[in-house]
Design a protein around this ligand. Structure first.
Ligand code: ATP
Length: 503
């Protein structure tokens, strides 16, 4: 698993998808740049989302709100008071941990230890070894397991209740039960706010303290009435937006899964109070369908319904995806009630109510939200697409099976040789196709190697120009996934590619 993930990261760099930010200065932790291919893939994911949400839904419109917002926004939203993670420092190693992530590390360590005992016993007993029986009867393992489970259970509760003294005590107990850091010297657990602060204004006296937005949603809430009135929107309706968000994440070690600067794609759907259950279920269903439409395998998605709810929600679920490091949250669907609009009414003193023309009554709408990280979606698509394949002749090929609709380049045009007028014909084909798709040209190395290069780059089609092309205006077109080749007329190319890559 770890190796698979390493391959994903190195492939993303080698093929111009994702670079560490400021790499020549040794990088900035948990900040990444999208390279020439990555920027295209990211744009295509964003467009695929926008089309499904805005273009195809008559009652959803899109906006693009600023990253800077009036600071009171974040008081109203609850982020100043409640947007924090529990932190603990180890005084000996001088390392800082997010308490909940530290607990995950202990769980992994404990599981690893038990697995080791199992392996040892399996070697000793050979064929007659029964793992389940061993786990149930081996005194040492049973005791260890019981002890660890009991501490972990209590820790889970304390974290949930934000009982910070208890969290510290239990982490110390865990360290004794399962030594990991080799140190017992922990500080008290503290809540750490994840928002980045900055200043607006020229002089220290007049400057205003601002935050970089930690989510895009609030830009939609504060514009709710403006959009509703100017767009003459009728409930139910939605407002969608994509854009950057910033969080000072403490543990940021899973490549673009958790970044300090990232992009969200969010949609707030405004509804009549009392209809939230129905719309919540509908949006869960619609969002899952969107994911499945990309054809990356139903078995790689699952819902996780939240038992513990955030301060703003009356129901919440995640769509989880099977990342190289296991099932993890990819998108959240939240029933946010009237929490945000009511809070903004209170803090701003402005009415944020919808007037229903049919019933002649005013009310603060309820909201169902769908919120997905663009970068996380990128990682989902990219990691699932990267495959190593055994070929019939015994060799392997690396192929990036990106959904064609998302691929950075839709076709590569390759002259078989660099002479006899073939490059010129290839260029002419590109000049014709480039108005419809991103197409690339490649004439270096043997054609087989060029095919492999395009496979690894995720390009769905290779178009090869050879001597026969000069006679009859046909080319071969090779499909990335099947490696099948067809002889087709140049005039047919556009139609074939459109059919495969259009949404
Ligand atoms: P997590 O529990 O993973 O921190 P969250 O529950 O805080 O995520 P939300 O606030 O619901 O996430 O944000 C919605 C979506 O934004 C998430 O489902 C995820 O895809 C994305 N997201 C959140 N934080 C980050 C981050 N630091 N880096 C990249 N994407 C993120």
């Amino acid at each position: 698993q770890e190796d698979d993930f390493k391959k994903v990261i190195s492939h993303a760099k080698e093929y111009g998808y994702v670079f560490q930010s400021s790499e020549i200065y040794d990088g900035l932790s948990a900040v990444y740049d999208y390279a020439q291919n990555g920027a295209e893939l990211k744009k295509n994911i964003r467009e695929y989302w926008w089309k499904a949400m805005v273009q195809l839904n008559e009652n959803i419109v899109g906006i693009d709100a600023a990253i800077f917002m009036h600071p009171t926004t974040w008081k109203a939203s609850g982020h100043v008071d409640a947007f924090s993670d529990p932190l603990i420092d180890n005084k000996d190693s001088k390392k800082r941990y997010r308490a909940d992530v530290l607990v995950e590390d202990y769980v992994a360590k404990i599981e690893g230890k038990i697995e080791k005992e199992v392996d040892k016993a399996a070697k000793r007993f050979g064929d007659s070894f029964d793992k389940a029986q061993f786990l149930n009867t081996n005194q040492r393992v049973v005791e260890y397991q019981e002890r660890a489970t009991s501490i972990l259970k209590r820790l889970g509760k304390s974290l949930e209740n934000e009982d910070l003294d208890d969290v510290k005590r239990l982490i110390e107990e865990l360290e004794i039960a399962c030594p990991m850091s080799g140190s017992k010297n922990w500080t008290d657990v503290k809540q750490f706010n994840l928002m980045f602060g900055t200043k607006l204004g020229a002089t220290t006296e007049t400057a205003m303290d601002l935050y970089l937005r930690p989510e895009t949603a609030q830009g939609i809430f504060v514009n709710f009435l403006n959009v509703q009135k100017t767009g003459r929107m009728k409930i139910p309706f939605g407002i969608a937006q994509t854009g950057k968000a910033f969080r000072n994440e403490i543990v940021a070690r899973q490549f673009i899964f958790r970044m300090r600067e990232f992009e969200q794609m969010e949609m707030q759907f405004f509804i009549k109070p009392g209809t939230q259950q129905e719309w919540y279920e509908k949006w869960k269903d619609m969002r899952m369908k969107w994911h499945l439409s990309l054809g990356m395998g139903e078995e790689n998605y699952r819902f996780h319904d939240h038992e513990k709810l955030a301060h703003y929600a009356d129901a919440a679920a995640d769509i989880e995806f099977r990342f190289p490091f296991g099932f993890k949250e990819l998108e959240g669907i939240h029933s946010r009630t009237d929490f945000d609009l009511s809070a903004h009414e209170k803090f701003s003193g402005k009415k944020l109510q919808y007037f229903d023309n049919d019933t002649r009554e005013s009310y603060v709408p309820y909201v169902i939200e769908t919120s997905i990280g663009l970068d996380r979606m990128f990682l989902a698509v990219f990691s699932k697409a990267l495959q190593e394949e055994e070929l019939e002749n015994g060799t392997t090929r690396t192929v990036l099976r990106l959904p064609s609709v998302l691929a950075p380049n839709k076709a590569a045009v390759l002259p078989l040789v660099k002479k006899d007028g073939l490059p010129e014909v290839a260029r002419k084909i590109i000049d014709d196709l480039k108005w419809d798709f991103n197409v690339t040209y490649d004439e270096k190395d043997a054609v087989g190697r060029r095919y492999r290069r395009q496979d690894a780059n995720g390009t769905p089609f290779c178009i090869t120009v050879d001597h026969q092309t000069l006679e009859d205006e046909t080319v071969t077109i090779r499909h990335r996934d099947t490696m099948e080749q067809q002889r087709v007329a140049i005039s047919e190319l556009k139609g074939i590619i459109h059919q495969e890559v259009d949404m």
